[in-house]
Design a protein around this ligand. Structure first.
Ligand SMILES: [Zn+2]
Length: 341
């Protein structure tokens, strides 16, 4: 099956009361890890690429690897999503390239660093929604700013300084017509999310519940939601790495989110940790090895294991065959009918 609309995946997830992990990729092994995990757990899949990933893969490599994924895993409904589009132009180029979903992150200016105004965010996001929906493509927006830095993207904020205002979130969804909404509730990009196990003071789940109460029909997105498990940190440090102690978002908090409107959960760091740990282990234990497959294969297996575990924890496992994918043309018609209804 061709790449599918993310809106359909998230609508189905809402019906089934589960969440769908969105995993970042830069290369073939990461795509293979996600697709294998999806097959093993019978999960729908969201594969996402940031601007950095598009540049790293020259865009075309990424797109053709994704076509290979749809050929080799025809039973898996698979989305290719743009993570943190920084401008209307970036989103349009992703749509032109064949992405079936885009994030317009208008919470920051096009430099990807400076917090923007509400008016700018609404205007840029609405423009992307108009273009995308006319082609059946899904749009994720963001209101409030996340902490940390992701692929050079991010204001370097502490995660708590620009939390999502629930009232603004309602207005934003109404004004833009986004399919999914990323919210800032204290999470950050990267490995160093929390300096101790998060509490209600640092991870504002109450804020999420309030947003869901006001926007019960909007698919919420949790960014920066790797759990940064200690065992993955330990493997890296055991084999010569130097990670400082750090805490991520506990799985039980994500599961609470899923009970309260969260349908997409972004995970990147956990996979990076798994890959790096596996490679370090081979280098440490077998310094005579020099065939890249000797370390890339264990790296791919380690990522697959993490992804399969998250797919199970988020509840998407077992749901790949629940529905027939709707074509992008049919999705475009739906959006059109909704507009004129
Ligand atoms: Zn993000």
């Amino acid at each position: 099956m061709p790449l599918v609309s993310m809106r359909q995946l998230l609508d189905e997830a809402a019906k089934g009361a589960y969440g769908v992990g969105a995993f970042n990729v830069n290369n073939m092994e990461q795509i293979q890890a996600i697709m294998e995990a999806a097959r093993e757990t019978k999960s729908p899949a969201i594969v996402q690429a940031s601007r950095g990933a598009r540049s790293y893969s020259q865009d075309r490599f990424l797109y053709h690897l994704m076509l290979a994924a749809t050929e080799l895993y025809p039973e898996i409904p698979t989305v290719l999503h743009l993570d943190h589009g920084n401008s209307v132009e970036t989103c349009k180029s992703a749509i032109g390239m064949g992405f079936t979903s885009v994030m317009m992150d208008g919470s920051l200016m096009p430099d990807g660093k400076t917090p923007s105004t509400f008016e700018y965010n609404v205007k840029a996001t609405r423009e992307v929604v108009e273009t995308a929906h006319s082609k059946g493509i899904t749009v994720e927006g963001e209101i409030g700013c996340l902490g940390g830095i992701e692929d050079g993207h991010g204001a370097g904020l502490d995660g708590l300084s620009h939390l999502t205002d629930p009232e603004q979130a309602v207005e934003f969804v109404r004004e833009t017509g986004v399919d999914a909404l990323a919210i800032a509730i204290g999470t950050s990009h990267g490995a160093y999310k929390f300096t101790s196990k998060p509490t209600g003071e640092t991870l504002k789940m109450d804020r999420l519940l309030e947003i869901h109460r006001r926007l019960p029909n909007t698919h919420l997105v949790m960014h920066g939601s790797s759990s940064v498990p200690k065992d993955l940190q330990d493997i890296i440090n055991q084999y010569g790495g130097k990670l400082k102690p750090t805490w991520g978002v506990p799985i039980e908090e994500i599961q609470l989110g899923i009970k309260n409107g969260v349908r997409k959960i972004n995970v990147d760091t956990d996979n990076r940790l798994a890959i790096t740990g596996a490679i370090r282990k081979v280098f440490w234990e077998k310094p005579e090895e020099f065939d890249p497959r000797s370390y890339l294969k264990p790296a791919r297996d380690a990522m697959k294991k993490v992804v399969a575990q998250r797919m199970t924890q988020f509840g998407q496992a077992g749901h790949a065959g629940d529905y027939a994918p709707i074509s992008l043309e049919a999705m475009a018609k739906r959006y059109q009918q909704h507009l004129t209804a």
